[in-house]
Design a protein around this ligand. Structure first.
Ligand code: URA
Length: 207
């Protein structure tokens, strides 16, 4: 396939923090037409993200899987069921939070997102953060954490603490898919999300 077709320039994602924000619906409409990277060729649906547009907590995963691609909704497969349980354990329902991903289209065979795919897609997420303006971010897994925090650190060095980034209070924990593969990490995840909840109650005292 020729380069022009792979990187169709129309429409451009809004530039990070520069573009006017007409609200999440307008952003979603633009995002679902995005053909900025090769994933547009293979996706069934753009998984924009969903939840409370006024959420104090924004949960960020890595990329849609097969179930999410089929339904156009984030975290609806096995990982999503575990995420729902994790959130419920600290008193959040899905309707209380906003849930999105680093990239909005499924990588074929669930491979890791490539660096250029992340770069193409990141402006959509930055714009969502601008509009929703949550206080707290929960970053699920190393891809989400390294992308948002713009580092290459290990999970061990990022989890278990509050990290301030760009005015957001971030907590890093294991991705639910990693927890399904390695249940021993659930205890650490539990510590992380309890810490998040205690912090959330301080910075968002009204829920
Ligand atoms: N894994 C993710 O990172 N995001 C989803 O939406 C589903 C699975």
């Amino acid at each position: 396939m020729k380069q022009e077709a792979l990187f169709d320039p129309v429409p451009e994602p809004p530039a990070h923090r520069d573009a006017p924000t007409d609200g999440l619906d307008a952003l979603c409409q633009a995002a679902i037409e995005c053909r900025k990277c090769r994933l547009a060729e293979t996706r069934k649906n753009v998984v924009f993200g969903e939840g409370n547009p006024k959420a104090g907590l924004f949960v960020i995963g890595e990329a849609p899987g097969a179930d999410e691609d089929a339904q156009g909704r984030p975290f609806v497969g096995r990982s999503g069921q575990l995420l729902d349980k994790i959130l419920l354990a600290i008193g959040f329902e899905r309707k209380d939070v906003y849930i999105g991903n680093i990239i909005k289209c499924r990588p074929p065979e669930n491979r890791n997102p490539l660096a250029d795919e992340i770069e193409c897609c990141k402006p959509w997420l930055m714009q969502q953060l601008d509009i929703i303006n949550p206080k707290v971010l929960l970053l699920l897994g190393r891809v989400a954490a390294n992308t948002i925090l713009e580092n290459t650190q290990s999970m061990a060095s990022m989890r278990g603490k509050l990290i301030r980034w760009n005015g957001f209070d971030c907590f890093v924990t294991y991705h639910p898919a990693a927890l399904l593969r390695n249940p021993n990490w659930k205890r650490l995840c539990w510590e992380d999300v309890q810490m998040l909840r205690a912090h959330y109650d301080k910075v968002c005292p009204n829920g």
